[in-house]
Design a protein around this ligand. Structure first.
Ligand SMILES: NC(=O)c1ccc[n+]([C@@H]2O[C@H](COP(=O)([O-])OP(=O)(O)OC[C@H]3O[C@@H](n4cnc5c(N)ncnc54)[C@H](OP(=O)(O)O)[C@@H]3O)[C@@H](O)[C@H]2O)c1
Length: 332
């Protein structure tokens, strides 16, 4: 019997070693093995997808490949006792979109252990406005709160604030009552950031200390950093006594040019966040928070809906550091 076909973004390497993006028709029988077949309704764009689309071997080893580390949809086939046909589910992280055919397609097939039931309080659309970006922002916030951060402790700084992780962090911190300083490279995005919840906006240059001083004025009780490099080093030098920082990204640099001094003289703490291999019990708790306490009043305001055909152009924009909020990819 002929296998059902579906639409997918495919990245392939041509004879000139360039990575070519096209929308193709694929067969369900070509998907990897797995207990759960999901008809994808929405995906979302992440920086990792942009890296996969240009042949970054740290993300994707083999091409042709369909990227997309995020997907939400409805189960069409289940070989797992934990899920049934018709269940609405979220699949993010693990190997999805890296070396497993990803969510920028109308179907995915994945192991049951990667699948999270859509929590009450989140629509499929809202789940993907969050996606890995929102999930990571929530992991950062949860880690800071679990380590003593509260609104009365002082300001929280968010870097890369108009990107996916950054804007969701700003929106969730606002919901939780924090005073937020946002760092951005986009002067045109100040109004957007203010509407989402930032009370102060700094340029990247404002947070790029070149004085060589080991510590700066104490300003921030918390930091959520998505960029790394000297912006992160400057943020760490500006923590208050007992201040806490959560780091998850490296769009500026994987380096961290700092010293032990802010940590041993101000009792600061630095927490690394990894969403990809987050264990399932914590994963479910974080999705629960995304559906309740952390859920911003207006998630739609953070997202731009695009079609699969518009994905390549937005991936290029992300690679240029130009992403503004979340790109929600409609597949239903
Ligand atoms: N650890 C994890 O589990 C995890 C999960 C998700 C994402 N991440 C990482 O987090 C980072 C952000 O991901 P994302 O999906 O939010 O990316 P994104 O949507 O592309 O946003 C990144 C933002 O960073 C800022 N930026 C870009 N280039 C910069 C530069 N050279 N210097 C300083 N700032 C720069 C820009 O915001 P402004 O213009 O506002 O400054 C940009 O919009 C990536 O490194 C990604 O790999 C990690």
């Amino acid at each position: 019997m002929k296998s059902k076909t579906f639409k997918a973004l495919q990245i392939s390497e041509n004879a000139e070693k360039q990575y070519v993006r096209e929308i193709i028709t694929r067969q369900i029988s070509d998907l990897p093995t797995g207990e759960i077949l999901v008809r994808v309704h929405y995906s979302a764009l992440n920086y990792k997808d942009a890296l996969s689309s240009i042949g970054n071997k740290g993300v994707t080893r083999n091409y042709p490949h369909t990227p997309g580390i995020d997907a939400v949809g409805v189960i069409e086939m289940s070989e797992s006792p934990d899920f049934k046909i018709g269940d609405e589910v979220i699949v993010t992280s693990y190997d999805l979109g890296m070396n497993t055919s990803g969510g920028l397609a109308e179907y995915i097939r994945v192991p049951a252990r990667w699948v999270v039931p859509l929590p009450m309080g989140l629509s499929m659309r809202e789940a993907m406005i969050n996606g890995t970006a929102g999930f990571t922002a929530a992991m950062c916030i949860s880690s800071l709160i679990n380590n003593g951060l509260s609104p009365k402790k002082g300001k929280v700084l968010v870097t890369g604030s108009t990107g996916g992780v950054g804007i969701l962090a700003v929106a969730m911190l606002k919901k939780l009552g924090f005073d937020i300083t946002a760092v951005t490279g986009k002067s045109e995005a100040h109004e957007f950031l203010t509407k989402v919840g930032a009370s102060e906006i700094l340029s990247r240059e404002d947070l790029d200390d070149k004085s060589g001083r080991p510590m700066l004025k104490s300003v921030y009780a918390g930091v959520i950093d998505t960029v790394g490099g000297n912006i992160l080093a400057t943020a760490l030098k500006s923590l208050t006594y007992g201040g806490v920082a959560a780091i998850c990204g490296l769009v500026a640099s994987p380096d961290l040019p700092t010293s032990v001094l802010p940590f041993i003289l101000r009792g600061n703490s630095l927490f690394g966040i990894d969403s990809a291999e987050c264990p399932m019990p914590l994963r479910k708790k974080i999705w629960q928070k995304l559906a309740t306490d952390y859920k911003p009043a207006d998630l739609e305001f953070l997202a731009t809906e695009i079609s699969l055909e518009e994905v390549p152009e937005k991936l290029d924009l992300m690679l240029r550091g130009g992403a503004l909020g979340k790109y929600l990819v409609r597949l239903g």
